[in-house]
Ligand binder design. Structure first.
Ligand SMILES: [Zn+2]
Ligand SMILES: [Zn+2]
Length: 550
């Protein structure tokens, strides 16, 4: 048997076992005093943030990318392998931050790991022959919250079964703003509040308790309905909040939409969350829920006087009018997709266009200070470059461009926690946004799926979430494709999460997109919704110069 067929055989056996298991066992019903914690298995260690949570390149491989090289175009610069090598370098800056002992590690704006990333991007563009490549520092207003130490423990009690000892939830990660707990540890009873909706909270008193919220990242924390629940619970006098994320493995998460001001609020990963909710339910069934307590400790600082930066470089065109191509360089954890993917594309496209004949427009490449804070890269760039307001034709953002889709799969988990998580052989679908609804730009975007195999939604709109927010004051048309998945803002967003093939699809499509925009009459780009325009429904002859009517 090959390892692959063994794996498939064991999957079949698991499926048969689950099918014939008694319903009570599937539902996790337990006899009383079945051992520590009512017989609930202890949660595992936190998922190693250096390693993927998921298995990639398992039985089947990612949808291939078949693109021929065009002679003399140097489009080998857009090959998946080349882009993955850059993505690796970008992720390595985050790993250096982890190795340096940063608590909120990654490429957090204004930190050394972030500054190294910006310098690398600028140097790569300078080496490729781009002009005026430089790091542009800017002062960051306000402060950056940094946790020093923390611990979240579910406190043991003999009432939960003989030998029950306190369990540390290792994936517990403090959310921004939490102040140092004065007496070291805060211990309080637990209250489970479902999804934290007003319906969930009807008749519940969270005062003086630590509230546990069940968070479903559907499809990610960005879209989660539980955003703001922690702040609401804090306002109702909960002493602290545990956001239990229903996600794969036992990952760590960091996202200010799950914070609650200066109170201690945490996110825990899927396996810690499952344990916590199990023991709450079992303690309630056994009539001892009042004995179930959580102990939280936290120390933190606010750091001020910080400097962040944007990295910029230019390819001069026949016209001084600019097309800005932007990618944010900041990230939490590895940020393999968010946004090492976009930054690798930015550098790859800069190299590619540096090797092409002079463009019509000036191409400005921006590795931005991002929008996760501290500071805002695009807003600072707009403020420092007033010439961009009237001198820019279009802003194209590269963000989260090739995330391998992680979804609820085909086999039920034995612990009744839903379907087992799976990785798709394709990237997840991305939302295309064109702020001015230019029919020409929508037409260009239609080439993404049709000609380059880039997965998008079948709909498109004006929404451009992410890094473009800071550019809004320029009043320039802006466009992008973006998505956020299960591992958004988590330690599961690793290097391996982004397939080389997906990066190549995205890079080749964006090269085509920029070429077409560069050659088109500016009136087509500025044209808003309802402007007469005849789409070119040609076959995917993507090397042809597109001529436009309308
Ligand atoms: Zn992000
Ligand atoms: Zn992002």
């Amino acid at each position: 048997m090959t390892s692959r067929s063994r794996r498939q055989a064991s999957l079949v056996l698991a499926a048969v076992f689950i099918t014939f298991m008694p319903i009570a066992a599937q539902n996790g019903a337990q006899k009383p005093s079945a051992g520590p914690w009512f017989g609930t298995p202890s949660p595992p260690a936190v998922s190693d943030p250096r390693q993927p949570v998921m298995k990639y390149d398992d039985a089947f491989h990612v949808l291939p990318a078949h693109f021929g090289h065009r002679p003399g175009r140097h489009d080998e610069l857009l090959d998946g392998a080349s882009l993955k090598a850059d993505q690796k370098k970008i992720v390595d800056f985050a790993i250096q931050s982890l190795n340096a002992g940063d608590t909120v590690w990654g490429r957090r704006a204004a930190t050394p790991a972030f500054m190294n990333t910006i310098e690398w991007a600028v140097n790569a563009m300078k080496t490729a022959g781009l002009k005026d490549a430089k790091v542009e520092p800017f002062a960051v207003p306000g402060t950056m919250w940094v946790p020093r130490s923390w611990k979240v423990q579910v406190i043991g009690d003999p009432a939960f079964g003989a030998g029950t000892e306190s369990v540390t939830l290792q994936s517990a990660f403090p959310q921004p703003g939490g102040a140092t707990i004065p007496d070291g540890t805060l211990t309080a009873p637990v209250i489970f509040v479902g999804h934290g909706t007003d319906a969930d909270l009807a008749g519940r008193d969270v005062k003086g308790k630590i509230a546990v919220v069940h968070v479903r990242p559907e499809p990610s924390l960005f879209g989660s309905a539980e955003q703001g629940a922690a702040a609401k619970l804090a306002a109702r006098d909960a002493l602290g909040v545990i956001n239990a994320v229903e996600g794969p493995g036992n990952a760590q998460y960091f996202d200010n939409r799950f914070a609650c001001g200066k109170k201690p609020c945490f996110m825990v990963g899927g396996q810690d969350g499952w344990f916590l909710e199990q023991v709450i339910g079992k303690a309630a069934n056994a009539g001892v829920l009042d004995k179930l307590k959580i102990g939280i400790s936290l120390t933190s600082d606010e750091k001020g006087g910080l400097t962040s930066a944007n990295g910029i470089a230019i390819i001069p065109g026949r016209s001084a009018k600019r097309i800005i191509i932007n990618a944010h360089a900041d990230a939490y954890f590895q940020g393999g997709d968010d946004n090492a993917s976009g930054l690798a594309l930015l550098v790859g496209l800069a190299r590619y266009f540096a090797a092409q004949p002079k463009p019509e427009h000036t191409l400005m490449f921006v590795a931005s200070g991002g929008h996760h804070g501290p500071g805002n890269g695009p807003a600072s760039l707009a403020a420092m470059h007033p010439e961009l307001k009237d001198g820019t034709v279009l802003i194209l953002n590269l963000e989260h461009v090739a995330y391998a889709d992680v979804v609820r799969g085909k086999v039920r988990a034995t612990n009744n926690s839903g379907m087992i998580w799976e990785v798709s052989v394709t990237e997840s679908a991305k939302a295309v946004g064109v702020t001015n609804e230019s029919p020409f730009l929508f037409d260009l975007w239609s080439y993404a799926s049709r000609c380059y195999g880039v997965a998008t939604y079948q709909s498109a709109g004006t929404t451009v979430s992410g890094d473009l927010g800071g550019y809004r004051t320029l009043g320039v048309p802006m466009t992008q494709m973006i998505q956020s998945g299960t591992f958004y803002h988590s330690s599961g967003d690793v290097y391996e999460q982004v397939p080389a093939e997906g990066l190549e699809r995205a890079a080749r499509f964006h090269a085509f997109f920029i070429e077409q925009v560069d050659r088109a009459p500016e009136a087509l780009i500025a044209a808003g919704r309802g402007t007469p325009y005849k789409p070119v429904n040609a076959a995917c002859d993507v090397s042809a110069r597109v001529t436009r009517g309308g």
